[in-house]
Each structure stands twice: as structure tokens, then as C-alpha cells.
Write a protein that binds this ligand. Sequence first.
Ligand code: GLC
Ligand code: CA
Length: 568
Amino acid sequence: MNAQVCMDRKWWKEAVVYQVYPRSFFDSNGDGIGDLKGITEKLDYIKSLGVDVVWLNPVYASPNDDNGYDISNYFEIMQEFGTMSDWEDLLAEMHRRGLRMIMDLVVNHTSDEHQWFVSSRASRESKYRDYYIWRDAEGGKRPNDWGSHFSGPAWTWDSQTEQYYLHLFTGKQPDLNWENEKVREDVFTMMRWWLDKGIDGFRMDTINMISKVPGFPSVSSVDDGKLHYAGRYFTNGPHIHDYLREMNEKVLSRYDIMSVGECPLVAPELAVEYTSPEAKQLNMLFQFEHMGVDHGIDNKWEGLELDLVKFKSIISKWQTGLHGRGWNSNYLMNHDQPRSVSRFGDDKEFRVESAKMLLTFLLTLEGTPYIYQGEEIGMINSGFTDISEYRDVEIINHNQEIKESGGDLEKALAAYARMGRDNSRTPMQWTAGKNAGFSTGRPWINLARSWKEINVEADLATPDSIIKYFKELVGVRKRNLCLVYGEYVHLLPDDSRLFIYRRLFEDESILVILNFSGEEVELYPGKGFDPDEPGRMKLGICNYPAPGTGSVKMIRPFEARIYWNQDK
Ligand code: GLC
Ligand code: CA
């Protein structure tokens, strides 16, 4: 394929996305909760990073059972976050600075307090009954053995109309029935309403779960009374491509916007079916394979040591699998994942080096990079030690379950400290002052323990600032289409400490060398890789302040280098 065809240039391919979790970004009125005005106040900061797009986690009206992922009114703003006019100001101020805004679209489910569900559950005759998924009891039992994502069964009995309703998440997040054409039309109307207000796209929450396997089969063939993870029955279901094509035709294709779908249980071949231009569905998606390398299958609380060889092979498979066919989204964390430095780097001795190394990784792959608030200053996990510090419904429900079953609470607490979602949801650390400069009031969730040392002000005051390094990386990516569109070639695939790859584009060749370990590693020959090659190339970027004192071949702990075959 020639370079031109491969490229198919699009603004959303060349963009760098910065994710803002509104509840924890900046609080403008001292109630301890981040808000829209707070984001507006910090737009100059966001703009200064050089990013192009801001993804806002849900800001719609919500009783907050799952921090806004349970929407009670799609056309209103959550009171704690401000008003519609605050939101309009935010959008206008973003656009004025040349920043685009993408909003979260949560349409696999609503809140149980949404009018549709209130009416749906009121009577079997309601015109909204079929907006949700209702089933009779099977011999006095639940319709199947599916567990919900946040502990307990995926079905809740409603005594008023004597049926069960389906909820893949909490009981306060009933699943919409996408087979109902009226549901689809109402969702599309709502999407157009926001797009007509000027937003630049959607991040679609668990979007590949909207089509379920008919008949809702049980996972286990024997009725063992246990709950099971039923991902294969509710992800990538039989009508998923029809629904997304319809959404694309009726909504997305009518605007110059971007779309990214959150899609667990997707392999590259299927990702092409979702994201190729011919598919006419999504621009790109968030896959989860690389998020699974350090924990048990379907069990994130069971920690495993990070297997770098496996991690590299997954990334490489996605890089080559989508090249010229679909489009990747690259991320190492978000509001559902722990802090990337704590997970993939070293949050103690080499915090600064590893934070920069991981950013180098994100910005040198093919695909759109997503950075989460605080990643640009190397924020680390919360350090929470007491269950009372947690706010996440996933953790609270899990803990309840462990308590009831007499499980090991100490072990559970250690698992939350490592993998819990609240690790990334603690307030953004702006200064070493009161509440890290996030709020004048008591924050809704404790600050991460390390806020005094790790904050924007402190980072910018150091010569080896992570923010400054990040800006440099963003600049380099913008000036080099090779980093956006170039072909990816993986080198030394079996090495368990180094991650080395090339990017090739026309006559340009870029070599990226990353050390994912805390040890110094010497380069050695491998298929297609000559350790003397870096010595013949031009070093463009390095995350260590001074060049190595030893030989060019010695890669220092968590070192990152980008080399060019030509002057840049
Ligand atoms: C997605 C969101 C997550 C939420 C879940 C249910 O995974 O990212 O935060 O809890 O969907 O909406
Ligand atoms: Ca506030």
C-alpha cells in the first residue's frame, strides 16, 4: 500500500486527546467537587500542553450511583457541576482556544431515575416498558446466571410489575433495549441535539454491549447457583454492526466529528470491522487486551506480575493489525484504571524517568494518543489504606460481598490500592498548598498521599519537568507525520526489559528505544536490529537530562530515546 493510501489524513488521527474527569479536576466554588467553571478556569493550562481535544467524562444530570455513568436526563447538566450556561461557556472558551470537546455518550444504560425507566417500571402497559429489558422469573429464579460488573446478579426483581430487569452494571443502571427502534431514534435525536450545540464528537461508553445474544443464555450449563461473567453474550452481539451503522448514517456521518467506542473483548480483526472507513461505524475504539496483562482473567483483583513480553506482543499485534485498515487509540490509563506510573513504571526511585518513558511510548505509536489528567505530572496511585477512603461503587460493592462471604478483607484492600478505580479519581494536584490547590473546601475524595511532592507547580519548577518533556513530545509528533501514520516494526520482541520499535514513512525512519525496567540494559543484536545503529542516527529526544556517560549502547533505567535517520 502506498503511503498516501495508508495516510488518509484526518484531524482526529493527528490529534492528542486530554481526558478530564470533571469531578476531580478543579473546584471553582469550594464545595469540594470539581465543576465546569473550574475546567474553564484551567483551559489555558490544558492548551499550554499542546493537546487538541478534551474528552469530558459525563456531566449530565445523574444521581451519581456510578459518578455520572447513570444518567437521569441527557439534556441537563449535573447540578454539582454547574448549569447549561456554564457548559456553553466552557465549549465556547475551548473553541476560542482551538481546543475541541468530546462528550461521553452513555447509552447502553440509563439511571433508574431516568423518566423512561420510571415510566417503564410503573406498569407493563407503559409505552416505555420496552425501552428496557424485562423478563419473567424462570421457575421462581432469575432468567440466567449472569453476574453484573459491579458484584451481584445482572437482574433485579421489580415487585410492582413482577418481572426482572437487566443491568450489566449496578441495579441503578438498567440496560436499554436497543432492539426497540424507538430507543434508537430517541438516542440519535439526543446525539444530534448535542452535536448541534457544537461538540466535536463522542466517547461511547461500553458501546459494544448494546446488542445482546437473544434468549439470554446462561454461561454455565449446570445450574450451580453461581454468577458468571457473560461477556461473550453481551459484547459484540448479533446486531452490533447494524446499530452502529445506523447511528453512523443517521448521526455521525452528518458532522465533522470524531467517535471512539469503549469496546472490551475485541481483537484487531474485529476492530477493523468497527473502525475501517468502509465499515462506516466508529473512527476508533478503546481495546482492553493490554490492560489485562497484570491481573487474572475476568478478575482484576487478582494481581499478576506485569509480563512485558506479552504486553509488547499485544501492542504490536494491534499496531500491525490496524495499519492501513482501521485506527488505534493508545492509552495506558483513564478513570477506570490505576495510575500508569504505578502500574507500568516505578512510582518511587524512577518516577520522573518512567513517567516520561511511558509518555514517549504513547506519543510514538500509530493511533490517537489519550492522556489522562495528572499523567503529565506523573501522578501515582492514591496510597489509600482504609476502606472508608474509597468512593467507587465497584469497590464498595466488592467489599460488601467479601464481608458477607467472610473473605479476606486485608487482601481485598491491597487489591484496591493496586487496581482500584479511585487511584485515578483523586483530585488533580495543582500546588503544594491547601487541598493541592484543587478546592478551598474538603474534597469529595481524599487527595493521593503524594500531593505535596507531586503537583503541577512543583513539576514546572524543576529542570527535568515532565510537563515540559510532554510538550516537547507533542511538538515532535505534530511535526512528524511518520509518528502518526508510519508503519510499525517491532524489534527484539523477546526482551523482557526493552521495548524497541521502528516507525517507517516514505524515506523517514524513526527508532524508539524504551527501557521498561529499573536496570541498565545493554543493546544487543537481534533480527533486523544492529546495536550500533543508534550511534549512526540522530538522537531527537531523550528523557535523561544529560547524554549517557557510558556507551550509546547502555540504556539506563526507564530511559526513552527517539532517533531519526535524518536531521530533524
Ligand atoms: C465504562 C465507564 C465506567 C463505568 C461503566 C458503566 O466502563 O468508563 O466508568 O462505570 O462504563 O457505565
Ligand atoms: Ca464545585
